[in-house]
Structures are given as C-alpha cells and as structure tokens.
Design a protein around this ligand. Structure first.
Ligand SMILES: Cc1cc2nc3c(=O)[nH]c(=O)nc-3n(C[C@H](O)[C@H](O)[C@H](O)COP(=O)(O)O)c2cc1C
Length: 364
C-alpha cells in the first residue's frame, strides 16, 4: 500500500493523493490577467494525476506583483480573465485546485526572470514604488521601498480577503497565503527586513501580527468549505534572521487558529543566505514543524524521486510532498510515481491508449 497515493484531508478538502503541485509563477499575464498560456499550462498539469494543483503566486494588489507580467486577483476584471481558464480545467479534470494569494512587497516591480529579474529602473513606465514593513531595499541597487502606514496595512488585509472571495467564486477549493521567499508577509516576519517599532514590528508577536491578521481576514471571508493554509520560509538561512524556532512558534499559533495546512519552504529574504541545497534539503524544517502541530505539513524542495516522496510521507517526515521543477520537466510525474510504486491513478480516456505500453514498462 502506497502512503503517497493515500488520501489526505487538508481541513475541509480531501486530496486523492499526497502529491502537491507547488505554486510556480509563469510571468505570462497582461495587466494581471491570466490568458492562453495559463489555460494550456494549468490544463495539462490538471491531467497529471497529482492530488492538488496550487496555482502560482497571484497578486492581491497591482503593486504586489513580482513583475509587470504576474497574474492578479485584485478586481473583477482579473477574476473574469481566470474564469475561462478554470472552466476549461473543470470540464476535463476533478483535481482539487488551489491558488496562492501573494504580495511581493519590496521584491516587486521587477523584470521577468528570463529578462534578468532585476528591479525595473526608476522612470520605467512599467514599474511602481514598492511597499515594505521598513524602507529597506532587498538588493542594494534596488530603489528604497515605502514603509507601509496603518492605512496601507488595513488596505492590504482587506485586499487579501477580497481576493480570497474572488478565488472562492471562481471555484478554487483552497487558498495558500504566501508568507515565504522574502515577499511582503515574510518581510514582516523577519527582523532583518522589519525594523518597525509600532505594533507590527519588534517582538515576535508583533512581527507575526500582519500574517495572522491576513489569515483571520481570509478565513472570515470564505466559506467553511474552503481550505486555508500558509506557505512559509522556515528560515532565512542568515544569522539573526527568521529561523526555525520562530517558525515553530508561528506554526503553533496558526494551528490553534484553525489553519488547514502549512507548506514549508525556506529562504528568499536576504542575499546573504547560505542554503545547503541538495535532495530534500528543506525536509528537516518540515519534520521539525510537523512534530509540533496537528495540521498537515507539506514538504517541498528537490524531492524528485518517487521512492523518496513515498518515504517522506511513509516515515511521517511530512504529510504531503510539493513538486515544482520536477513536474515542469515531466508533467506526468505522478503517473511515473504511481507506476514505480505499483499504484494506478485515474487517466482521462483520451490518454488511455498509453497504458498498455506503460504496463509493459516501455516508458519507465
Ligand atoms: C518557475 C518557478 C516559479 C515559482 N514560483 C513560485 C510561486 O509563485 N510561489 C511560491 O511560493 N514558490 C514559487 N516557486 C518555488 C517552488 O514552489 C518550489 O518551492 C521550489 O521550486 C522548490 O521545489 P522543487 O525543488 O520541487 O522545484 C517557483 C519555482 C519555480 C521553478
């Protein structure tokens, strides 16, 4: 019996298996609107046999986009653009669908990664002034961000809630709040980027306050049938920054507040980070958090082999595994994993003629 291919409840949402397609920005939107790339990309991922597809970081404000080409959900026009993408997927797939809601904070207003990824120069008409807890740039060559005042913080919380409602109306079944990778909510958590002395900075409780306010507002904005969880960077990998002990404290508070899952990544806040990259390099972080909470934990980061993914969940290091680059490279990764583990996954009838050859081991 494969544990990877057993069901998992994330609060009200039951996944058919424990393979999670991690959110991946596509930088292919126009004015925040999803389009034909998203229909093609998510359409084929929805045929992969994974247990959950989490759509990329989707900005709750125009200023929350990493690049000018990011998708958004800040108004009804953005929602209208997502609608045919979702309808197309739903016509052909029952895969649970989630969306990551995000604000990039000081790491916004950038070129697309394949254009270098640097921040747009002052005066570039596609750019904007970025927001942050404190007026500290991410990279020394970046323009200083604007420290958010109370009105900006109130607006941010309201915009996360409104985007969550739009996601629900579109038929998404899960919301992942992006508090990882050095983006705005992570910037508030880390003492390296948050030097505020008001109620949103200083003590650990104060630095966690914005994420918790966003979490509470999102939960209150959606039906109880919507799964709501959080993605964190469990450490900045920099001395004096956000670390595992603080992440465990945060995870406990989220757990007590009814968070349905936590997705454990790391890094992205500070260029001085020293990340010990290797197979499963973030697993010890997920495992340490799992030991302290009731809610399911999703591990992610260079989990590429089916037998490794199976071992991660079978030994209880995490409840589910996130796969990102591996499924870009091989969008049928879950089919291969199922074959390797002696399990059958549902295959759409249009694709079933490959099955006899797969059973003869021709595609191993
Ligand atoms: C093209 C690309 C885009 C990404 N975009 C996001 C994103 O929108 N939100 C996020 O939290 N992480 C994002 N990530 C990080 C992945 O979700 C994942 O955590 C990371 O790639 C490690 O997993 P992997 O080793 O399976 O690729 C992105 C990664 C890639 C490769």
């Amino acid at each position: 019996m494969s544990r990877l291919f057993s069901a998992l409840a994330l609060g009200p949402l039951t996944l058919p298996n424990r393979i999670v397609i991690a959110p991946m920005c596509q930088y292919s939107a126009s004015d925040g609107h999803a389009g034909s790339w998203h229909a093609m990309h998510y359409g084929q991922l929805a045929q992969s046999g994974a247990g959950l597809l989490i759509v990329e970081a989707t900005a709750v404000q125009p200023a929350g986009r990493i690049s000018w080409a990011d998708v958004g959900l800040w108004d009804e026009a953005c929602a209208d653009a997502w609608q045919p993408v979702l309808a197309g997927i739903r016509q052909w797939s029952t895969m649970p669908l989630g969306i990551q809601l995000a604000h990039a904070g000081r790491k916004a207003s950038c070129h697309r990664p394949w254009d270098g990824g640097a921040q747009l120069a002052a005066g570039d008409a596609r750019g904007w002034t970025t927001l942050a807890p404190s007026a500290l740039p991410f990279a020394s060559e970046d323009l200083p961000p604007q420290a958010m005042d109370e009105a900006a913080i109130d607006q941010l919380i309201a915009d996360f809630a409104a985007a969550a409602q739009r996601a629900q109306a579109l038929g998404f079944e899960l919301i992942e709040i992006h508090a990882a990778h050095g983006y705005l909510l992570h910037q508030f958590l880390s003492p390296l980027s948050n030097t505020r002395s008001d109620r949103w900075g200083g003590s650990l409780d104060n630095r966690m306050a914005l994420l918790l306010a966003v979490f509470d507002a999102v939960k209150a904005a959606v039906a109880p049938s919507m799964a709501v969880g959080v993605r964190i960077s469990a450490t900045d990998w920099v001395e004096g920054g956000w670390d595992l002990a603080q992440s465990i404290a945060l995870a406990r508070v989220l757990d007590a507040r009814g968070c349905h899952f936590i997705h454990v990544s790391s890094g992205g806040l500070d260029g001085r980070q020293q990340i010990p990259v290797g197979p499963g390099y973030q697993l010890p972080l997920a495992q340490a958090i799992k030991a302290e909470v009731e809610m399911p934990v999703i591990a992610v980061g260079l989990i590429t082999e089916p037998t490794h993914a199976e071992a991660v969940v079978a030994t209880g290091q995490a409840d589910a595994v996130g796969i990102a680059r591996g499924i870009l490279y091989n969008p049928r990764w879950p089919w291969h994993a199922a074959a390797a583990l002696g399990v059958k996954v549902p295959v759409s009838p249009q694709y079933r003629r490959c099955e006899p050859l797969a059973q003869r081991g021709l595609f191993a």
